[in-house]
Design a protein around this ligand. Structure first.
Ligand SMILES: C[S@@+](CC[C@H](N)C(=O)[O-])C[C@H]1O[C@@H](n2cnc3c(N)ncnc32)[C@H](O)[C@@H]1O
Length: 255
């Protein structure tokens, strides 16, 4: 998969190209990263990329022409077909695992990591295909959001993870959050590992893990339980486990 990123801080992307799973996948040739600095396409001697907003107000707005020229250079480098252009912005659709999975199947993406208060709306209307948010909070620039997106997509590429089952079992892949995990020692600060995990009984362990996953999802993200139910992802054993948890809660409340 090919990523072209538009950023005034290209070096920040070393975080995904030089470290961890995404770096290893890059070395394996599973993805490529091309960085484009809009200052290289500035139209004045000061290499300006922003200006004050028409109508007044706080902050600066990114100039449409320099970004359009940068995107045009990227399209020329990509050849046909041009990759979809995604702008990272809090105004975008919040990223989730299903969307990440869809995007990871594409051959190429162009990511616009903007800065300042905004990007001129005409550039967005004419040159951007989609807008993605990483959550309902504000960070200072689009670089970290773009890197989050790259990392989420790259780990889904075949061959990126040493054990591809990891991606299938992780939180959200099943529609639920992952339950707790334990490693050595068997007793830590007086707390033992749940005995079922030491039983060697695979079916019982699988059931216990599923119940733990249901429990943590029910407690922290009940919306995901409702969605899993409406999508037919919960079977009779899951429903029994959830009812048992509900009656535990009721006993606590009334007891
Ligand atoms: C300070 S923010 C601008 C926020 C903008 N004035 C607003 O209220 O929507 C600067 C840049 O950081 C990035 N950014 C900030 N929060 C983000 C989020 N939650 N998701 C994606 N990008 C974000 C965007 O690229 C944005 O253009």
């Amino acid at each position: 998969m090919r990523f072209d990123v538009v950023t005034i801080f290209p070096a920040m992307f070393d975080a995904v190209s030089e470290w961890g799973i995404s770096s290893r996948a890059l070395q394996r040739g599973l993805w490529q990263l091309h960085r484009w600095n809009p200052r290289d396409y500035a139209r004045d001697a000061y290499r300006s990329i922003d200006d004050r907003p028409y109508g007044g107000g706080q902050g600066m707005v990114m100039l449409p022409e320099t970004l359009a020229d940068t995107l045009q250079a990227i399209a020329a480098a990509q050849g046909e077909p041009r990759a979809p252009v995604i702008h990272l912005t809090p105004r975008g659709r919040p990223l989730d695992q299903a969307h990440a999975r869809h995007l990871s199947g594409l051959p190429a993406l162009t990511l616009l990591a903007s800065r300042y208060e905004a990007v001129d709306q005409r550039l967005l209307d004419r040159h951007v295909d989609d807008e993605i948010s990483i959550g309902d909070f504000i960070v200072s620039g689009g670089e970290l959001p773009a890197m989050l997106l790259i990392d989420a997509l790259v780990r889904l590429l075949p061959g990126a993870l040493n054990d591809p089952r990891s991606a299938l079992e992780e939180s959200f892949s099943t529609g639920l959050l992952e339950g707790p995990q334990y490693t050595r020692p068997e007793v830590f600060e007086g707390a033992p590992v749940p005995p079922v995990l030491l039983s060697g009984h695979h079916a019982r362990i699988a059931r216990w893990r599923r119940d733990q996953s249901l429990r943590v999802t029910r407690d922290r993200r009940p919306d995901l339980i409702a969605r899993a139910r409406s999508e037919g992802r919960l079977d009779a054993a899951d429903e029994r486990a959830l009812s048992a948890m509900a009656s535990e809660t009721n006993t606590h409340k009334t007891g």
